[in-house]
Design a protein around this ligand. Structure first.
Ligand code: ASP
Ligand code: MG
Length: 411
């Protein structure tokens, strides 16, 4: 008998038929005498619909009311799933974030989980009931409703698994698991059976939208093992996210990704002296703008040029801040470019192998793809390129690093 957390995403509960299928899947584990705690997202598209309603009322809605609104999607799905479970003879009880007492800080719309009270959940598990817990939501110290940021029910599931010391946290998605590249772009993309937490975090923050980055970080820090599985093909093996020392084989490059969610901002003339970059990036940090890649070139006469990337949905705000600074300090002109894409190669083997960067640049060069920025971590290399080459670049790199599954028709 094991204790499991099973998390079902929006696609898994997209309609009433899907809800019944999920209930049957839970029943299998429950009938095998496992203790199962369930976490659910809102039905597919529902959170987007609620966000859009809020924005129709006002562009920047009050953050407290925003959370009261957008957390309502999960209230619907937990109740429906609990009903579907009870109907097939599995005693279940829905619980909202405040009923479990998932404590968060007060930063509405991106709250951090501080603690999870397991008393009520454990009481249910002890009497063989299935707690069906609303993902994405919690309460702060003043009993105000909070939400954890988009995709946050992954985080709820991982935090609950950690608090319950669950054996594993199964995350059911509309994909079979983590692939060597987006299968819609690379037809021969292969499923990766095990991936390390670090690789998964790099993948999640480089465009592979399988798991929320914060949830993977939480899992790594608390030692929760995550198993990503398909909610359409229950029997497929899926992908296990494990610590690096458990990896059987450390691939130099495990996967390649594209991210079209960043935009570039460039300043063509900045004084080349101490404090300039600090001034610029402090102004961006103050507005919580996430800067990813940064490049600075030496230019002439004591000036330099600087470019950086930010998430597309923050580019207007970042552009306005930079323009203002340029005017105040007599810096050069500002350019923004939204037609860019970031391609990345990720693999833990990069820690010990050299040559990945040169292989990547060579492969892109052979296709005539220009690189405008380069960013790296210990296990990732990213290149910023023109957006129109994104898919070509992904296929080129997937082939260059030989990540595709063997084609049975080729000898
Ligand atoms: N329903 C929320 C969202 O769409 C949380 C989640 O799905 O994880 O972002
Ligand atoms: Mg989701």
């Amino acid at each position: 008998m094991a204790r499991l957390v099973q998390k079902f995403g929006g696609a898994a509960v997209a309609g009433l038929e899907r809800v019944s299928a999920v209930a049957e899947q839970i029943k299998k584990a429950w009938s095998n005498n496992h203790e199962v705690a369930v976490v659910v997202s809102a039905m597919k598209g529902e959170t987007d619909r609620l966000v859009s309603l809020a924005q129709q009322v006002m562009q920047q809605p009050n953050s407290r009311e925003y959370d009261v609104l957008v957390s309502s999607g999960e209230q619907v799905s937990v109740a429906l799933l609990a009903m579907a479970l009870n109907k097939i003879g599995v005693p279940a009880c829905s619980l909202l974030g405040h009923q479990v007492r998932i404590r968060t800080d007060s930063s509405h719309a991106r709250a951090k989980i501080l603690s999870v009270d397991t008393n009520r959940v454990k009481e249910l598990l002890t009497v063989k009931k299935v707690p069906v817990i609303a993902g994405f939501q919690g309460i702060d110290a003043h009993e105000e409703l909070t939400t954890l940021g988009r995709g946050g029910s992954d985080l709820t599931a991982v935090a609950l698994a950690a608090a319950l010391a669950a054996e594993t946290c199964e995350v059911y998605k509309d994909v079979d698991g983590v692939f060597t590249a987006d299968p819609l772009v690379c037809g021969d993309a292969a499923l990766i059976e095990t991936v390390s937490y670090e690789e998964m975090m790099e993948l999640a923050s480089s465009g592979a939208k399988v798991l929320q980055t914060r949830a993977v970080l939480f899992a790594k820090n608390s030692g929760v093992s995550i198993h990503v599985k398909s909610c359409f093909n229950w029997d497929r093996p899926g992908t296990q996210v494990v610590s690096e020392d458990k990896l059987m084989e450390k691939a130099v490059v495990s996967a390649v990704t594209i991210d079209k969610n960043e935009a570039k901002i460039g300043i063509d003339r900045l004084p080349d002296k101490p404090g300039v970059a600090a001034k610029l990036f402090s102004a961006l940090t103050e507005k919580e703008i996430f800067v990813d890649m940064i490049v600075q070139n030496v230019s002439s006469e004591g000036n330099c040029a600087l470019a950086f990337t930010v998430p597309k949905d923050q580019v207007e705000e970042a552009y306005a801040i930079v323009k203002q600074l340029c005017q105040e300090h007599g810096w050069g002109g500002v350019l923004k470019d939204e037609k860019v894409a970031k391609v990345s190669a990720i693999g833990v083997g990069m820690r010990t192998h050299s040559g990945v960067a040169s292989q990547m640049f060579q492969a892109l060069a052979e296709e005539g793809i220009n690189i405008t920025m380069i960013g790296t971590s210990e296990i990732r290399i990213s290149c910023l390129i023109e957006e129109k080459y994104a898919e070509l670049a992904l296929r080129t790199l997937h082939e260059a690093f030989r990540l595709g599954q063997p084609n049975p028709n080729k000898s």
